[in-house]
Design a protein around this ligand. Sequence first.
Ligand SMILES: Cc1cc2nc3c(=O)[nH]c(=O)nc-3n(C[C@H](O)[C@H](O)[C@H](O)COP(=O)(O)OP(=O)(O)OC[C@H]3O[C@@H](n4cnc5c(N)ncnc54)[C@H](O)[C@@H]3O)c2cc1C
Length: 505
Amino acid sequence: MSVIERNKRVIVIGAGLGGMSAAIMLARSGFEVTILEKNTQVGGKLNQLQTEGFSFDLGPSIFTLPEIFRPIFEGDGKRLEDYITLQRVDPQWRNFFEDGVVVNLWEDRKKMRTELEAFGPHAFDEYKNFLTYSLRQYNILERGYLRHGLDTLLQFFRFYGWKEARDLDYLRSMSDSIYKRVSNRYLRDIFEYFIKYVGSSALDSPAFMNLMPTIQMEFGLWYVAGGLYQLGHAFRRRLEETGVALCLECEVLRIDYSGSTATGVHVCDSKGNLHTLPADYVVSNMEVVPAMQRLIHSPASTMKKLRRFEPSCSGIILHLGLDRVYPQLAHHNFFYSTNLHEHFRRVFRDKMLPDDPTIYVVAPTRTDPSQAPPGCDNIKILPHIPSISDRNPYTREDYVTFKELCLDKLERMGLTDLRKHIIVEDFWTPFDIEARYASNQGSIYGVVCDRRRNFAFKAPKRSPGFSNLFFVGGSVNPGAGMPMVTLSGQHVARMILEQTSKGKS
Ligand SMILES: Cc1cc2nc3c(=O)[nH]c(=O)nc-3n(C[C@H](O)[C@H](O)[C@H](O)COP(=O)(O)OP(=O)(O)OC[C@H]3O[C@@H](n4cnc5c(N)ncnc54)[C@H](O)[C@@H]3O)c2cc1C
């Protein structure tokens, strides 16, 4: 990026990874950047809780695609490794099924071959061939959609042309393409559940979302030493080093505008004082739908157009400190529904709490014993459930009942007497997620991927209504997950720089 003179003011609303990524890249290019965050710390959903000797990562637990983070940390002779230490995790996932079968996913191909031997001679070949197909999908999407930050179908077909777009597996659903290529029922469930990375359904996402196993199985899965929140600290250091003004406990209540130009924001500080801050550019890390609704008060016609950007799933998130260790758990574990398609249908189509959820369980002490006192364990339990919806308005009590159903399932599937060993508990419902991060209806991963609703496109990064208002984070392209939201921030910084340069010439 070239450097411009320090005369353009940028206000960034929210210090999630998307917002901080845009802020750092813009400050490095010479913009005067202020970031306003309503919470007491940076990171947004990348969050932590330290209590009674336990250190809980409240949000992300899986780090992938480190290359995407490098531009944030490189420059001035520095490298990503000067800020965080990455530890490879292998087995990457341990998968538990109700019939007692357990399948590890290993990055190491030889170990994977051995793992699948029990399922006969074809299982490993199907696995390998599936990854070859997944890599093809990744390569196509990386070259354009990810690298250039394509935002609309029109840009997409302009970039790829019809010929190349044809190689992209978009007519089928993710699930159909898996079932076509893989016959082993356990591998089918495992590949389908990669859609968890974006909080969507394998039945409704386009097949090119099968790029996700490549990101993990081919490029690696990491833990950040000391806990994922070390990445939050690293971003904060980078904000300071690049001269971004960070204001915590400052909630933006309104975006001011004149015609089609955003002119600044109204912000309420920690003492309840109101301020008006002028801006040449406004970048919102608040999701598109709540921002257009609450900060701009957009008319009903605009909000109607945004309906296709339906929220991803939400979740209940349970962090437990245990007075014992369950040695059967790996770092990342999945306890599958007997019928995964039924789970997807209930959560994403019927918007109902699942009777038999698929549950993600993280046990970070397998890689980092510092996350719990000696002899104790630290586990996160995360089943995906519908975002808050008028169709089935659940109460906090309903979520507590659902939590008990999840604990029943885990106890049944081998975590015997789990309840008896809980010494610390921290419990989040979709209401808490919505309130803490101002996410759309308690969504965890921004916008859902759905081939009929939005063809897996999220909202565009530049507001269609305001020439200098941009969005970053999980509700815009390329979507959710730490690498993707960080990439969205880099793309927006580039778009603003290009817009400024054009304005000058
Ligand atoms: C439980 C859980 C598990 C996850 N697991 C993984 C994982 O393993 N790997 C992975 O890569 N991703 C994971 N994710 C997803 C990942 O955390 C998110 O995609 C990503 O961190 C979202 O970043 P964002 O830039 O969209 O902003 P957010 O994190 O949503 O942050 C937005 C920020 O804006 C602030 N804000 C909003 N409105 C205002 C306002 N009006 N004024 C001031 N501030 C405002 C909010 O307080 C917040 O700090 C997980 C998320 C959760 C919750």
